[in-house]
Design a protein around this ligand. Structure first.
Ligand code: ADP
Ligand code: MG
Length: 385
């Protein structure tokens, strides 16, 4: 789960990490008032669930409250497109107004879960800021990566090693050692899959400040943090993904035109692979899970059909815990409700498969059934021709 920069900064601040003074605004008048509070000169920052805002025109230094208000007007409601948003961009509905800080140096610092080593890794670079992707690509040796042993945790000497690698000395170095340890504490206590400060800055006055902040929470730990759902900004999510979340379905939008409904993540991946093998392009990844009900199948099917990119649907379900006749009923219910005329191919096997096939055959829908995954994939691809 994602949160906004201003929320991430509040959290970091709670762990003793210094951040610039700032206020969140929901209207351009509020932007103006906040700018006045900071003496006119301030930085206006669009809050969206993506980075790369600086280069996309979503972060601007202004000098007067009127200029702040003007830029606020321009930003609110605008779709900001950055390399992380996809081509549609994300709509700006909240703006962070922050005191403008005189920056001497910009670093990169993050802690993230490394799935290869199954542990947190601390990542740091002396060349942080908006060009970090370029640094990672062109001079990867400038990025320091330190895997953290979950048993011993992050040791102070390791934090010092990183602070020194960033070229820090004296009190700023000691401050940085403390900051890194606080960042790790935050990561553990808040169950983060990522905490990123880019840039971490040393100001001209010689203070360390987290100038940008990004936090991702581990969805599997949501039950330990009842406050997290309230922090979510639904306006930043794909409406279909929100709907899928409500019904506990794993749904991920992809770029093709074949909607896929599958049970089990492994089978879903195999389905996408086989579709591709036969020249098809999946429009999504949707896993309805094991013990689904008819209602859940119907909701999943509707979510797929709501995506206007979908030109055909491929259902690939192994009826073990879930009976094939129940799946068929769910599909028929949903397809009839939304008057679906798109071609549908259903490959199912397992309990009550004959009953399921019969229900589909009598449904009046534009549906074919298949006995194997390969056969089903070929059929839907050729039906879309
Ligand atoms: P993004 O990573 O989405 O581009 P950032 O918050 O990192 O957005 O802002 C981009 C750049 O703007 C930063 O690298 C920094 O140089 C500058 N910046 C951001 N906030 C401030 C601030 N409060 N004062 C001065 N400069 C800032
Ligand atoms: Mg940044």
């Amino acid at each position: 789960m994602n949160i906004h920069e201003y929320q991430a900064k509040e959290i970091l601040n709670g762990f003793g990490i210094p951040v610039p003074r700032g206020r969140v605004a929901l209207t351009s008048d509020q932007v103006e008032r906040a700018a006045k509070e900071f003496g006119g000169r301030c930085v206006i920052k669009a809050q969206i669930y993506a980075g790369g805002r600086g280069k996309a025109g979503g972060v601007k230094l202004v000098h007067h409250p009127e200029q702040a208000q003007e830029f606020g007007k321009e930003l609110f409601g605008k779709r900001l497109i950055t390399p992380q948003t996809g081509p549609e961009g994300l709509k700006v509905r909240r703006i962070l107004v922050e005191e403008a800080v005189e920056i001497a140096r910009e670093f990169y610092l993050s802690i993230t879960l490394d799935r290869n080593t199954s542990r947190y890794s601390l990542i740091a670079s002396a060349e942080g800021g908006v060009e970090i992707e370029e640094v990672a690509k062109k001079s990867p040796e400038k990025i320091h990566v330190l895997p953290i042993d979950p048993f011993t945790g992050l040791r102070p000497y390791q934090a010092r090693k990183i602070a020194l690698a960033l070229g820090l000395t004296g009190t700023v170095c000691e401050d940085c050692v403390e900051l890194i340890q606080n960042l790790y504490r935050c990561c553990l206590e808040k169950d983060c899959s990522l905490v990123e400060i880019n840039p971490l800055t040393v100001t001209k006055a010689g203070w360390l400040l987290a100038m940008d902040a990004k936090i991702n929470f581990d969805d599997n730990a949501m039950f330990r943090h009842r406050e997290y759902p309230d922090m979510m900004d639904y306006s930043q999510l794909d409406p279909l993904e929100i709907n899928a979340g409500k019904y506990d379905l794993s749904y991920i939008k992809l770029s093709g035109n074949i909607g896929c409904m599958v049970n089990g993540a492994g089978l879903a991946m195999a389905t996408l692979d086989v579709l591709k093998e036969f020249g098809g392009e999946p429009a999504n990844f949707l896993d309805v899970g094991g013990g689904s009900t008819r209602e859940k199948v119907a909701e999943a099917f509707k979510i797929i059909l709501e995506d206007s990119d979908v030109k055909g649907v491929f259902v690939n379900i192994f009826g073990g815990i879930m009976r094939c006749d129940v799946i068929a009923q769910g599909i028929i219910e949903a397809a009839s409700e939304v008057k679906c005329t798109l071609p549908i191919v259903v490959r199912m096997d397992g309990s009550k498969v004959e009953e399921g096939k019969q229900l589909l055959a009598e449904s009046g829908l534009n549906v074919q059934t298949a006995d194997t995954l390969g056969d089903g994939a070929q059929r839907i691809v050729s039906m879309l021709g």
